[in-house]
Ligand binder design. Structure first.
Ligand code: SF4
Length: 460
């Protein structure tokens, strides 16, 4: 049943021409870990692992002639039996272990995994399928790796769902689970707790990156809330998440706390001395490799934009999500550019220092719909409805026109220029160097990038 696993396979790139099957967008694909479940109904037969594949096995999928590789949906449901902890604690560690599924699956040779929750993308290489890799084996290896990394887990029941009708049905169930988790997390506020948490789980991919997790500012990856961080520390006190005293509040508007500054100084060996929770420009939070949403400065309008991973279009400054991700996800502070988790979009302290949603001047259309639908603050929803997307404006020139910027009919908030705006300096933007710009730009529909006040140093 075993397959070839090693941490060296993590981050392995699988070329399109080598893919046998790709799960995920545009088809539904999700992962969900649950610590509830009636384990009596599962026959473990003296084993700690049980696997079930609901739907066709890997080799039952057949490629049609005009397909480069097969595309389909998938569901991964994992039930864990963890004795000795209360339901509250168990409920909160589910999403932490769920977050690790990607890293663990990527340890299997020939399998790559990206993203979280119902946005996962899994690619499986042809060569490994030819060598006998199956969903059953993937489920078994994943379960074994969970038992290796989480020694307090007694039993693992893994179900891999490949039947497309069942995937759709289960997706509705897991979406309610995600919503319940997010809702529970909104009950607390930063001022109600004495401890914040730091997470170093992404350091294998981004060695310098440390996330600060507070009730009002959940993690950059968007999946670890304060309560979950607290539960994780309870079950694994020497793990990658640990708590610290938040200390005194030094600046209410930017969210600067003495405890965070001291912790960051220690954790980054003095490289980061100050960090503000609610500011995009002033001592901003850093970004690691796990990021689905990016906020970026639009200095021409003294505002900022927000783009999500699902958007392929370039933003108004000509950069795509992937361009921005390559630039921000190095674990260092870049005023004006930052990865954020989706739950932070609903926080009352969302970029409070810069005026929050009133200072957002562009947003990708899918994210706009999602946030309007999910936000409980109707006043904020009305503001978001007025923000242009890629369907309204193509570039900065059109964005300025949209806001009648040159006629000075601008919103009051744009008159406040963020303090660090002039100091912005991006040193490692990865923009493709185009030798024959004029011809290539016409062919590839590439726009010129002009960002005043920003010095861009492109390393060839
Ligand atoms: S993004 Fe942050 S919170 Fe999420 S796993 Fe990485 S370090 Fe932890």
């Amino acid at each position: 049943m075993d397959c070839d696993t090693s941490s060296e396979y993590c981050g392995e790139y699988i070329r399109n021409s080598d893919i046998f099957i790709r799960f995920g967008e545009p088809y539904p694909a999700f992962q969900c870990v649950s610590c509830k479940g009636d384990f009596l109904e599962f026959d473990f037969s003296n084993n700690r692992i049980k696997i079930r594949v609901t739907g066709p096995e890997i080799t039952d999928f057949v490629k049609s002639e005009n397909e480069q590789f097969i595309k389909a949906g998938i569901g991964i449901r994992i039930y864990l039996k963890i004795p000795g902890f209360s339901d509250d604690v168990l409920q909160n560690i589910e999403s932490i272990i769920e977050k690790k599924i990607g890293d663990l699956i990527s340890e299997i040779k020939g399998v790559s995994h990206e993203n979280l929750r119902d946005e996962i993308v899994i690619k499986i290489r042809k060569a490994e399928v030819e060598n006998g890799l199956s969903f059953e084996k993937i489920g078994y290896c994943l379960s074994k790796l969970i038992l290796r990394d989480y020694q307090y887990v007694d039993f693992v029941y893994t179900e891999i769902i490949t039947d497309q009708i069942s995937v759709n049905k289960e997706l509705e169930i897991v979406k309610r689970i995600y919503e319940k988790r997010d809702k529970a997390a909104k009950m607390l506020r930063d001022e109600n707790v004495s401890k914040f948490y730091l997470c170093k789980m992404c350091q294998n991919a981004t060695p310098e990156h440390v996330c600060i997790i507070t009730p009002d500012r959940p993690s950059v990856c968007g999946t670890i809330h304060w309560q979950e961080a607290q539960a994780f520390e309870t079950v694994d006190p020497f793990g990658s998440i640990s708590g610290f005293e938040k200390g005194e509040i030094l600046n209410e508007k930017s969210g600067e706390y003495s405890g965070i500054n001291e912790t960051m100084k220690t954790e980054t060996k003095g490289k980061i001395k100050k960090l503000s929770l609610y500011s995009l420009y002033e001592n901003p939070h850093t970004t690691g490799a796990s990021v689905n949403i990016i906020a970026f400065a639009i200095p021409e309008l003294n505002g900022f934009g927000i783009i999500d991973r699902q958007t392929d279009f370039p933003t108004v400054n000509g950069l795509t999500f992937e361009n921005l991700k390559a630039s921000v996800s190095g674990g260092i502070q870049i005023p004006g550019f930052m990865g954020i988790g989706e739950p932070y979009l609903y926080s009352p302290n969302f970029f409070k220092k810069e005026g929050g949603w009133r200072n957002v001047v562009w947003i990708s259309s899918k994210l706009k719909e999602k946030v309007i639908d999910k936000t409980e603050n109707r006043e904020i929803a009305e503001i978001i409805k007025t923000i242009p997307t890629e369907n309204d404006v193509a570039d900065i020139y059109e964005l300025k026109k949209y806001y009648k910027f040159d006629e000075r009919e601008i919103k009051e908030i744009y008159t406040e220029k963020p303090e660090n705006m002039k100091k912005m300096k991006i040193e490692f933007l990865s923009i493709p160097i185009i030798e024959n710009y004029e011809n290539e730009s016409k062919k590839q529909n590439i726009r010129k990038i002009k960002i005043p006040n920003v010095k861009i140093t492109i390393k060839k």
